[in-house]
Design a binder for this molecule. Structure first.
Ligand code: NAP
Length: 332
């Protein structure tokens, strides 16, 4: 056990693009677990596009504030417990923040199974895998033979969405930034086609990649890419609104999507937002399916693990810029 608790503080909320100057490495005493709390040693910190969205204000959680430990989910080991149901050595998931140790209320923690590799608890069996599963199957409701398009397709959620859609017998098109990511989607993950949004207009590229139109659009990015997908939706198509990463960092540059109401009416579209927690009651079934697909080799797990707490700010800045492939996390 190190004698101090290293922490990454958010020292200032960014008004433009997030940069290293918005964070500071600090040291504090290791906290004690008060009544109802558990002392945790953090093993892996989850890097999520939403970390940046939390800086704008309250979302499905309260906003992160300046001069506090940067919030973030993590996989941690119980060091000591003053909360019922937790014992030293247990593995849990919770909002540990970006630090070596955290004292967290037991009721805010989820006990996790001891599996190898432990990283799967953040990727395929964590928020990323469950978001992909519920968003696609419960909100997108794809049928075999339909065309599914997913944006941020080489990221943690998107790469799993596309593979599940393939398992369900759909034609799958991924939208991602750069030729390498697009090649990886088609050659390694089995996507039928990929569109590089950085190489030219998405609308035009989708005409070729999805010649029969789009039945399900899994939207991770919002903005112009959503605007390009909307007119190509088929009658009674479904748009699963998962996130809007194009709008999170800096001043939103996008003017899209325009023409939404008219298109929704004429094409009888369903556009539904969701948060992964909405489907907590179906978690066991989702995990069973994900585990069987991983075991059978139908679902490949791509992780992007960076080492060292001090590298966490740059890991998030890089994720927002598209440096990651698959689930990004920091190992402590
Ligand atoms: P991620 O997809 O692993 O990484 C973010 C990716 O977004 C980057 O790799 C980058 O890939 C892409 N991106 C960044 N700026 C973009 C832009 N302007 N236009 C298009 N693509 C852009 O991150 P994640 O944490 O898994 O998040 C993915 C989405 O899921 C986010 O919108 C997030 O908020 C959402 N999410 C929602 C829930 C929920 O419960 N609703 C839960 C988890 C995550 P490129 O190289 O392709 O640009």
């Amino acid at each position: 056990m190190t004698a101090v608790n290293r922490q990454i503080l958010l020292v200032e909320k960014p008004t433009g693009k997030l940069g290293p100057e918005h964070f500071r490495l600090a040291e504090a005493p290791i906290p004690e677990a008060k009544d109802g709390e558990v002392l945790l040693r953090v093993r892996y910190i989850s890097l999520d596009a939403a970390n940046r969205a939390w800086m704008h204000g309250a979302t499905y959680r309260s906003a992160v504030e300046a001069n506090t430990v940067m919030a973030g989910g993590g996989i941690a080991e119980v060091v000591s417990s003053n909360a019922p149901g937790f014992a030293p050595g247990d593995i849990v998931f919770g909002d540990t923040g970006w630090q070596d140790y955290a004292a967290v209320r037991g009721k805010h923690l989820t006990r996790m199974p001891k599996i190898e590799p432990m990283t799967y608890l953040l990727s395929v069996y964590g928020i990323a895998g469950l978001t992909a599963y519920f968003g696609l199957l419960n909100v997108g409701r794809p049928k075999a033979g339909e065309t599914v398009v997913v944006s941020a397709a080489a990221g943690s959620v998107g790469s799993i969405v596309g593979q599940i859609a393939k398992i369900k017998g759909c034609r799958v098109v991924g939208i991602a930034g750069g030729a390498d990511k697009c090649r990886w989607l088609t050659t390694e993950l089995g996507f039928d086609a990929a569109v590089d949004y950085k190489s030219g207009p998405v609308f035009k590229q989708l005409k070729t990649a999805a010649p029969n139109g789009i039945d399900v659009y899994f939207d991770n990015v919002g903005g112009d890419i959503l605007e390009a997908c909307l007119p190509q939706m088929n009658l009674f198509g479904r748009i699963a609104c998962c996130g809007a990463v194009s709008q999170y960092d800096g001043t939103p540059s996008s003017h899209g999507p325009r023409g939404v109401p008219g298109l929704i009416v004429v094409k009888r579209l369903t556009m539904q937002g969701f948060i992964v927690m909405d489907f907590d009651s179906q978690r066991d079934q989702a995990l069973a399916d994900l585990q069987s697909w991983v075991a059978s080799g139908q679902l490949k797990v791509q992780e992007d693990v960076i080492t060292g707490l001090e590298n966490t700010p740059q890991a998030l800045i890089g994720l927002l810029a598209g440096d990651n492939r698959g689930k990004r996390m920091v190992k402590l």
